[in-house]
Design a protein around this ligand. Structure first.
Ligand code: BES
Ligand code: MN
Ligand code: MN
Length: 462
């Protein structure tokens, strides 16, 4: 057992208990009722960074939830790692689908986590993964092994599109100056198949509103004679994909990067079992764009999905009504080179033009961000790869993820540095869903792997 492993072994109960305390605070950024809990969480993160050995930690006010900034600068000639993470979490609903309360963390064994997993909202996304970095810092400082400078920037609005982070980054260029950005807010293939995330999809999120008559109408008296906004909206949505599941918005694919045969063949080498995939989701068949595999569909191809749709009568019994308005929330996952502003405009134009006379359409853009790809020949990637090799005994596989962390491309633009995505969650950890969990193995393995990244990054930077 090496020094990191014995440190972890000795302190693992405390590491888990400290994370439990963070998980108990319901820091739901989407719901303003939890404002105070977000402040409490920021305060708790601040204290944990101070205890772990940061020299200065501050809570930086923004127009929304504060950003916790901390640093330990040991020598300005050494490289600087900037750690980003988020302390806010997704809403926990539907509550009745949780087997244990979302903000009362508990360890339970699962098939994929025989050593136990920590169940609770935010356990994997992202409190658990963010806290691995705090504990890795604690180890490096307490044992005098911090090889370079470190800065932490932990925000409280990631789950709502980071509306105030861009301004903070732009106004604090000097403070945030770094040589590499390190984030654990993604996943890996399996506990025995380590991988490093090399790509994230971009995002355009819109809300649409279709208005028909100026008031709700009797569906007998007016039915058949006026446009029903719900009928129209669903028809319009259905037309956004063709029979090959291609998206029909003109210009949508213009900038999509087509991967070469070689790149696709390389991607196909990543272990993937379609039967297990279907079984885990209880589906008879997968579904998606013709001509692409499941792993391509959810990483290198763009998508359009309805996330919510409402309107009309949904209460008990029946009500015969043609309502005035129908709504939907739609997300488009984008791939590198697609510009989210441009895609939002293309969507708006198409969706508005497509509407028949007799209804009015309003498209309200919510938020979005660009996709991201990172090369595997950078010092940062190489350092991460060596770190995983040491702790997992295997070379990690580079893998593009389908999820989005829009701020990553902004970091590159503003701070001119690459981001390394060392995620330790599994796709099956149910982030954003009921029963979110994070393997104890994954949590501790992360704490073990991170200090090695610092070590190799510093060595390779020389
Ligand atoms: N941590 C996730 C993103 C993620 C998860 C990326 C797993 C790759 C693998 C992040 O917290 C998230 O949920 N992002 C949102 C976008 C944001 C703008 C709300 C997403 O991907 O839906
Ligand atoms: Mn996250
Ligand atoms: Mn999330």
């Amino acid at each position: 057992m090496n020094q990191i492993q014995s440190y972890i072994n000795q302190h693992k109960d405390r590491f888990i208990n400290e994370l439990f305390e963070l998980l108990k605070i319901p820091s739901i950024s989407a719901d303003s009722a939890y404002k105070n809990d977000l402040l409490k969480t920021a305060e708790a993160v601040k204290i944990s960074l101070e205890k772990a050995g940061c020299d200065t930690v501050e809570i930086c006010k923004t127009d929304g939830n504060p950003i916790v900034y901390g640093e330990k600068i040991i020598d300005s000639n050494l490289p600087t790692v900037l750690v980003y993470g988020h302390y806010d979490v997704q809403p926990a609903d539907p509550l009745d689908l949780w087997d244990s309360p979302p903000f009362e963390p508990i360890i339970k064994k699962t098939d994929l986590h025989p050593d136990g997993a920590i169940f609770g909202r935010g356990s994997c996304d992202d409190k658990g993964q963010m806290y691995m970095h705090v504990k890795a810092l604690e180890f490096m400082v307490k044992t005098n092994q911090l090889p370079c400078n470190v800065k932490f920037m932990i925000e409280g609005e990631e789950e709502v599109g980071s509306p105030n982070l861009a301004v903070f980054v732009k106004n604090n260029q000097e403070k945030l100056k770094n040589d590499v950005i390190l984030i654990s807010d993604t996943g890996m293939i399996a506990n025995d198949i380590p991988s490093i995330t090399t790509g994230l999809r971009g995002l355009s999120y819109v809300e649409v509103e279709v208005t028909g008559p100026n008031r709700d109408l009797h569906s007998g008296l007016y039915g058949g004679a006026v446009a029903n906004p719900i009928n129209i909206l669903t028809k319009m949505i259905a037309s956004l994909h063709d029979e090959n599941n291609h998206i029909t918005i003109p210009g949508f694919y213009d900038k999509v990067e087509e991967l070469s045969k070689e790149e696709r063949a390389e991607m196909a080498k990543a272990p993937f079992n379609l039967e297990n995939y279907k079984k885990a989701l209880d589906i008879e068949a997968v579904y998606g764009e013709t001509g692409y595999t499941t792993n391509e569909r959810n990483s290198i191809r763009p998508t359009l999905d309805v996330n919510g749709i409402w309107g009309g009568y949904t209460g008990e019994g029946a009500k015969t009504v043609i309502v005035s308005k129908a709504y939907a929330k739609i997300s488009m996952r984008l791939v590198p080179h697609q510009d989210w502003i441009e895609i939002t405009e293309l969507f708006t134009k198409h969706f508005t033009n497509m509407a028949p006379e007799g209804v009015k359409v309003n498209v309200k853009p919510h938020h979005g961000g660009q996709g991201y790809v990172t090369p595997i020949d950078s010092i940062g990637y190489q350092a991460a790869s060596k770190a995983y090799q040491d702790t997992f005994g295997k070379t990690p596989i580079p893998q593009r993820s389908g999820g989005s962390i829009p701020i990553v491309s902004l970091f590159e633009q503003e701070l001119k540095s690459k981001t390394i995505l060392m995620g330790f969650g599994l796709d099956s950890d149910a982030i954003h869903s009921p029963n979110e969990h994070f393997g104890v193995f994954n949590y501790l393995k992360g704490i073990e792997t991170i200090p090695l990244f610092y070590k190799y990054f510093t060595e390779l930077s020389k």
